[in-house]
Write a protein that binds this ligand. Structure first.
Ligand code: ZN
Length: 266
C-alpha cells in the first residue's frame, strides 16, 4: 500500500459509513470525516494520537508543536497530491481543503494551499473551484450592487429619463409634421386652381387630401386641363366626399361626358 493510500481509504470509509461531507453543515459540522482526516494524517506522520481522544480534531491539533503540525500538514498535502480528484467525492474534498486553508494560520506552513497543491489533480480541481467561487462572488456582488437602493433609484431615474426623451421625440416628430403641413398649406394657398388640381391629380404627394381647407378645393375643372387617368385618380381620391369635393366630382364627371357637358350622371 502506497503511503498516500490512506486518504483514498478514508474516502471509501466515509462513503460506506455515510459520514456527512457537507461543507458548513450546521448539524454535525462534518466532524466525523474531518476528525478522521486529521487524526489519520497525524498517525501516518508518526504521532501517537488516537481517534478516541476526542469528538473533534481540535484537541489533537492543539497538543502538537509547530514541528509536528508542519509534519501533519505535509502528510495531508502529500496524500492530497496523490489523489485523483475525479475518483473521490468532491464535497468531501471541499470540506478537507477548507480545514487546510489558510495553511499559515492553521498549520504554520509558509505556503498557500494553491501553491501546495499546484500541478496535482486535486490542485487543478481546487483552482477551478476557486475560479468558480470568484465568479460566484463577482455575480453576487453585481447582484448586490444591482439591487442596492442607490442603483434602484438610479435605474428608476434612467427609465423616467428614457420615457421623457421618448415623449420629447414624439412631440418633436409631431411638431415636424405640423411644420411640414404648414409649409405645404402655404404652398397650396399660393397655387391657382389648375395647379392645385394637378397636385391632387398627382396623388397629392401622398398627403391626406382632407388637410386641404374647403376654400382651397377647386370646384371647377377646365375639360382641357384633365386627361382620363388624372380624372380617374381624382375620382378615386374624392370618393364620396361632400361639399366642395362633391362639386369637384361633378365637374370632373361632366368633363368625361363630352357630348353633354352640362349633364351630371349619378
Ligand atoms: Zn452534517
Amino acid at each position: 500500500m502506497a503511503e498516500t493510500d490512506w486518504l483514498v481509504d478514508l474516502f471509501h470509509k466515509a462513503k460506506a459509513s455515510h459520514w456527512c461531507m457537507s461543507l458548513g453543515c450546521t448539524t454535525c459540522g462534518s466532524m466525523e470525516f474531518r476528525t478522521a482526516f486529521v487524526v489519520t494524517a497525524a498517525q501516518r506522520a508518526g504521532m501517537d494520537v488516537s481517534r478516541a481522544e476526542s469528538r473533534n480534531a481540535h484537541p489533537v491539533v492543539s497538543k502538537l508543536n509547530a514541528e509536528e503540525l508542519a509534519k501533519v500538514f505535509e502528510t495531508m498535502i502529500r496524500a492530497l497530491r496523490a489523489l485523483d480528484a475525479r475518483k473521490v467525492d468532491t464535497d468531501g474534498l471541499e470540506v478537507l481543503l477548507h480545514d487546510l486553508n489558510p495553511p499559515m494560520l492553521r498549520w504554520g506552513a509558509l505556503t498557500s494551499l494553491k501553491e501546495a497543491l499546484k500541478g496535482s489533480s486535486v490542485g487543478d480541481w481546487y483552482e477551478s473551484e476557486l475560479e468558480w467561487e470568484r465568479m460566484q462572488r463577482a455575480r453576487a456582488r453585481e447582484r448586490e450592487f444591482f439591487e442596492s437602493p442607490g442603483q434602484t433609484v438610479l435605474r428608476r431615474a434612467e427609465k423616467r429619463a428614457a420615457r421623457a426623451s421618448e415623449h420629447e421625440n414624439r412631440v418633436h416628430a409631431g411638431a415636424l409634421r405640423g411644420a411640414r403641413r404648414t409649409a405645404l398649406l402655404a404652398e397650396l394657398a399660393g397655387m391657382n386652381d389648375a395647379a392645385r388640381l394637378a397636385w391632387l391629380a398627382g396623388g397629392a404627394d401622398g398627403a391626406p387630401i382632407d388637410m386641404l381647407p374647403a376654400d382651397l378645393i377647386p370646384t371647377h375643372v377646365e375639360p382641357s386641363s384633365l386627361d382620363r387617368p388624372a380624372a380617374d385618380t381624382l375620382l378615386r381620391l374624392i370618393g364620396a366626399r361632400r361639399g366642395p369635393w362633391r362639386k369637384l366630382r361633378e365637374s370632373i364627371l361632366a368633363c368625361l361626358a363630352p357630348n353633354s357637358p352640362d349633364s351630371s350622371p349619378t
